[in-house]
Design a protein around this ligand. Structure first.
Ligand code: NAD
Length: 336
């Protein structure tokens, strides 16, 4: 990393109050970087992680002026800022999701103005063509499967458009842009309630709540047969830094290639919690595509690395963190 960014370089982390951005700030500090600008539009008291030794900004990065303010004299940008959530959010907030296009667009414009060397953009597996995700035993998605374009409406279109914008800024304006398509990232210090949480956090919360209250009954969205792959946050950060340093200006999958059903995910979390739950299926709830997995061939060929943390190990840490959040008393578990 130090051959690309010196310890004194100014690094901007956009969306630093969120899950992945918060972990990235901590990792950059651990690597010895001294001038990190952490930016989010949330009040700083609501951020998941607020380590010392960082410059904090509460700014709405949809605004070009805000992007100019935080990017001045910077060498690199990691863009994790987006209005996003699990299926329960993106299904009903398509316009909000698409408006995130302003964040990446204005960051790119400001980055060009200030001669920023590199910009990383967090894209998503939601860019992939829906026709290739219709069965539970789905063939893992290769990068070229995003075209012909038929992404997740709203959120996926914004990601696909922003990927292309990055690519053209790289080709025409000389700023090195790097893009990862994340496949379901999970771990501690992320959204676990409130409506934006994704399956691993939602199921961990429901099972932790069942354990604490003694009411061993949970609701699962869909029939539980839908499949996905899930990547632990440490792998996400490691892979992101490797992609950031690479010579590849095309989007790369960054995800686990272990396909698992939601029912099997529930079973793993049950065994971590040491309880069995009765499963009620809500077939009317938002479910997303039927199956989705990551083909990591290009990732392996490009950065010579793939995600490593097992689902069992990652979920154990995630469950424990969520269980402790519930026990902390800051949340009313009886109403969940
Ligand atoms: P998150 O919601 O925890 O973090 C995003 C942060 O962006 C939030 O703190 C939010 O307040 C901030 N933000 C939103 N609008 C902003 C604005 N106008 N100005 C400044 N900040 C703003 O989400 P995350 O899970 O950390 O995801 C980070 C990135 O990775 C996002 O771009 C997301 O789309 C992408 N991604 C995540 C996953 C996943 O599984 N978590 C999967 C695919 C892609």
């Amino acid at each position: 990393m130090k051959d690309i960014l010196k310890e004194e370089d100014i690094i901007v982390v956009a969306g630093a109050g969120g899950f992945i951005g918060g972990h990235m700030v901590q990792r950059l500090l651990d690597e010895g970087y001294k001038n990190i600008r952490a930016v989010d539009n949330k009040p700083i008291g609501h951020w998941y992680q607020r380590p010392a030794g960082v410059e904090y900004f509460q700014e709405d990065l949809k605004l070009l002026e805000s992007c100019r303010k935080v990017l001045e004299d910077s060498a690199a940008v990691f863009n994790f800022a987006a209005d996003m959530g699990g299926m329960g959010f993106i299904e009903y907030h398509k316009a909000d999701c698409m408006l995130s296009v302003l964040i990446n667009t204005h960051l790119l414009i400001a980055a060009r103005e200030f001669g920023v060397k590199r910009l990383f953009y967090a894209s998503s597996a939601c860019v992939y063509n829906a026709d290739k995700q219709k069965t539970t035993d789905v063939i893992a998605l290769k990068e070229e499967d995003a075209y012909p374009a038929m992404p997740e409406d709203g959120y996926g279109w914004e990601k696909l458009f922003s990927e292309r914008m990055c690519n053209h800024f790289d080709e025409e304006f000389g700023i090195k842009t790097r893009v990862a398509r994340y496949h379901n990232v999970y771990g501690p210090n992320g959204t676990w309630d409130g409506g934006r949480e994704k399956a691993p956090a939602a199921i961990s919360r429901k099972i932790a709540q069942a354990k604490i209250t003694g009411n061993h009954e949970i609701t699962i969205w869909g029939d539980g047969l839908q499949t996905r792959s899930f990547m632990y946050i440490d792998d996400c950060i490691e892979g992101t830094l490797k992609i950031f340093q690479s010579d590849c200006n095309e989007p790369l999958n960054l995800g686990s290639d272990r396909l698992i059903s939601v029912n099997d995910l529930v079973s793993i979390i049950e065994s971590i919690a040491g309880i069995k739950v009765r499963r009620n299926y809500n077939l009317a709830a938002p479910k997303g595509v039927r199956g989705r997995n990551s083909d990591n061939t290009r990732l392996q060929n490009t950065i010579n690395w793939v995600p490593k943390v097992s689902l069992e190990e990652g979920l154990e840490k995630t469950y424990e963190w969520i269980y402790n959040q519930l026990l902390s008393g800051k949340h009313d578990i009886s109403s969940r």
